[in-house]
Design a protein around this ligand. Structure first.
Ligand SMILES: Nc1ncnc2c1ncn2[C@@H]1O[C@H](COP(=O)(O)OP(=O)(O)OP(=O)(O)O)[C@@H](O)[C@H]1O
Length: 746
């Protein structure tokens, strides 16, 4: 009885809701049309209305202005979006949101550039939601918007923000990224999704493989980190994607480092795009709350510096960038074994996706050090903030620098960054300065440096897989420098390859095959690691931005003051002395330091000096020519040369021993096989079941017996061995075989 009554009520409710929605859309369309900002204008130049000014329709056909407003609820947005924003605690707009939303809500194409961490994500997600809402997009309409991100982690992050802000809308959205196994399931549902957040590769995979996958109705295309996606690396994929999208669509491009290349934009067929670069006039290209520093660090001392830095900042969240995956793996594995006292994690593109996502969220949650390649350099917003960004290897260009340091000091929080430059990369400082990046050249407080290369040497002796990782790290680093396009900054020939390999704990310098013989011979000899950087002369020094003091205040920053010293102009007697001091300082192992050898790998040999203090295993070798000698560079080099010489015969011995062991093992296996076949019976040996059996049999007789008469080849010899398989036990056979082997080797 109740049912028939309830139906009309329900229908009434929906009818009412539909009308409201339609009315809302109508109102929004009129409001947007009424307050359209002039094409080419920047709404940021308009003063925001007073807080008590009316919002929406004022009377008849007039509406409140929205260009220039500073709060989301003053924009012509659907109630669902306003409520979604409020629930996610977004009330006031950031500059890029204020500048771009009035234009993008009108349906215009946007090229948006703003500093890292300035809120570009909402600047493109809101117009996507609003456009589809106003078009009353539903499940049967299929894909209405595609948001492309260069990395999986970033796509995942965008998807989370979309879910949070758009949770009151009824659109279906999907995350399509590589590395996920459920591609089959994705294929079944991808056509039902309204908003796709994806990486270029996975999207293209669906375009190629998924039957009936249709993107011909796409209304809004978004490229986050647009300059990266338009880069050569994604060129083919992007061209293929664009060819399957309708020409009439809205396109939104955002990045902290925007492209203006006409060629790039022509590929996207933008229509009169609004170029909104909100921080173009700003004094700096990086966030204002970011304190940026650089240090000249000889290549062979980078790991000493990094290790010391980590040990001095055990309560921080530190993101460390390297040039290659192999370096990330080596340093992560090595430092993990040395136990610095803070959790270590690593992230690179070859990790499986689940692990990648896990590491990303773990790093968001707790204090730790994350070693990463540039896979984490763009867009990622670690929710509890990153305290330090350390660039152990120089970024490939200024844009890469901006994105890397942009992982800290996001939105309204502060952050700090350190860039390590080898002396030959000092040119990078000038490039950063030209790009309006306020970076201060500092030098390390060498008293607090803790050398780590000797510990690495010990590790490599103990763990053979570490040696392999170190070799790979060495080669890939040199290769990455060799491949860099900017030859003003990167010159592989200026790198002290041998010293570098020693600093990784390698006794022998690996061969660098990708450099031809001629080039190899030109690789810098060891002493160039201490050569002056190009900024050594007074003239150039004055061009490098300096700060008199790093502004530090908190308790933790006292540690920084101890570890990092700003180079004051008074100190600049000449870069030569300073760099040399840094160079030597990091190599000096003061006895005092060695007394507490807390970094010793677990289970490693402990060596004591005459006073009963513990020393790292190789410290003894270092000191045996007299304590003061290590203070001299020549002696240090001599020591390493000696060490290498000492290691050479040991390496040979190891190889011989290894070969011998393999032989013994093979011999034992064969003996076992023989005794097994004997147990199985004569007929097996004489039978001709398979070719393999025949082969085995003939091989056996070749090794153990004189082929015809069953006598050993060594007859007549003192150690002659003559045996018959039937007459002796397996143990005896093994003993005899070993004896035979020994006699052969002797
Ligand atoms: N209007 C806002 N009010 C408060 N917080 C905001 C607002 N907009 C963005 N944020 C916060 O600012 C942080 C950075 O935002 P977002 O990730 O969008 O920056 P971005 O400009 O895309 O950075 P990147 O260039 O590194 O990709 C995020 O934590 C986000 O939640």
């Amino acid at each position: 009885m109740r049912r028939p009554n309830s139906r009309p009520q329900k229908r009434q409710f929906f009818k009412h809701k539909r009308l409201t929605e339609l009315q809302e859309i109508e109102l929004l369309e009129s409001w947007i049309e009424f307050g359209k900002p002039d094409s080419g204008s920047n709404p940021l130049s308009l003063a925001p209305p007073p807080s008590n000014a009316p919002i929406g329709r004022i009377d008849g056909d007039s509406f409140s202005p929205y260009a220039g407003c500073d709060r989301f609820d003053r924009l012509p947005l659907s109630q669902k979006t306003i409520d979604g924003l409020k629930k996610s605690e977004y009330v006031t707009m950031t500059e890029i949101q204020r500048a771009s939303l009035p234009h993008s809500l009108c349906g215009r194409d946007i090229l948006g550039a703003a500093k890292t961490g300035s809120g570009k994500t909402l600047a493109f997600l809101i117009p996507v939601l609003e456009k589809l809402y106003r078009l009353r997009w539903g499940p049967e309409d299929g894909v209405g918007s595609i948001i492309i991100s260069p990395t999986r982690e970033l796509a995942g992050q965008l998807f989370d923000v979309l879910k949070s802000v758009g949770k009151l809308h009824s659109f279906s959205a999907g995350l399509l990224i590589g590395g996920r196994k459920d591609v089959g399931m994705e294929k079944e549902h991808v056509n039902e999704l309204n908003i796709l957040v994806c990486t270029p590769g996975r999207l293209l995979q669906h375009m190629d493989e998924t039957p009936n996958f249709d993107c011909s109705q796409v209304q809004v295309l978004v490229l986050d980190e647009a300059d990266r996606i338009l880069d050569v690396g994604f060129k083919k994929a992007l061209n293929a994607i664009i060819s399957q999208l309708p020409k009439h669509r809205q396109t939104l491009l955002f990045s902290a480092t925007q492209t203006k290349s006409v060629q790039d934009l022509a590929r996207l067929s933008l229509k009169d795009p609004e170029y909104l670069s909100v921080h173009e006039e700003s004094a700096t290209a990086t966030p204002n709350r970011l304190q940026q520093t650089a240090m000249i660090v000889p290549l062979d001392q980078k790991l000493d510096m990094l290790w010391s830095f980590i040990k001095a900042h055990l309560n921080s969240r530190i993101l460390v960038f390297f040039a290659s995956r192999k370096q990330v793996k080596f340093v992560f594995e090595a430092f993990k074994k040395l136990r610095p006292g803070i959790p270590l994690k690593c992230l690179h593109g070859k990790m499986n996706q689940q692990k990648r996502m896990g590491i990303y969220s773990q790093f968001c949650e707790s204090r730790s050090v994350l070693f990463s390649t540039d896979v984490a350099s763009r867009g990622l917003d670690f929710n509890k903030g990153v305290d330090w960004v350390i660039q152990v290897d120089c970024p490939e260009d200024v844009a890469a620098y901006i994105h890397r340091v942009g992982r800290t000091a996001r939105y309204q929080s502060g952050g700090r960054s350190v860039l390590f430059l080898v002396p030959s990369e000092a040119e990078m400082l000038k490039k950063l300065e030209v790009a309006k990046i306020p970076i201060h050249l500092i030098k390390a407080n060498t008293k607090r440096l803790q050398p780590v290369s000797r510990l690495l040497e010990a590790l490599l002796v103990k763990y053979s897989d570490m040696k392999y990782l170190a070799q790979k790290a060495f080669i890939t680093y040199l290769r990455s420098i060799h491949k860099q396009g900017d030859k003003e900054v990167f010159d592989v020939m200026k790198l002290p390859a041998e010293e570098f390999s020693v600093s990784l704990g390698l006794a022998l310098t690996p061969k660098v095959r990708f450099l031809n013989q001629k080039t190899k011979s030109k690789l810098m000899p060891a002493e160039t690691s201490l050569h002056l950087p190009e900024i050594s002369d007074e003239e150039n020094l004055s061009e490098i931005p300096r700060s008199k003091e790093v502004t530090v205040g908190s308790k933790e920053l006292e540690v920084d003051k101890g570890f990092l010293l700003t180079e004051s102009p008074d100190e600049a007697e000449g870069q030569a002395t300073e760099i040399e001091a840094v160079g030597l300082g990091t190599r000096i192992t003061k006895k005092k330091k060695l007394k507490i050898n807390v970094h010793r790998p677990v289970g490693s040999r402990v060596v004591f000096d005459e006073e009963g203090n513990t020393l790292p295993p190789l410290a003894k070798i270092a000191d045996r020519d007299g304590g003061n000698d290590v203070l001299q560079l020549d002696k240090v080099k001599e020591r390493y040369a000696k060490l290498r010489e000492e290691m050479k015969p040991r390496d040979k011995e190891d190889k011989l021993l290894h070969r011998q062991r393999l032989k013994d093992k093979r011999m034992k296996e064969k003996m076992k096989m023989k005794s097994r076949s004997e147990e199985e019976g004569e007929e097996d040996l004489s039978g001709s079941d398979t070719e393999a059996a025949a082969g085995r049999k003939s091989k056996r007789s070749k090794i153990y017996f004189d082929s015809d008469n069953g006598e050993s080849e060594g007859e007549g010899n003192e150690d002659k061995v003559k045996f018959s398989a039937e007459s002796i036990s397996l143990a005896e056979q093994e003993a005899l075989a070993l004896k035979l082997l020994n006699s052969m080797h002797s």
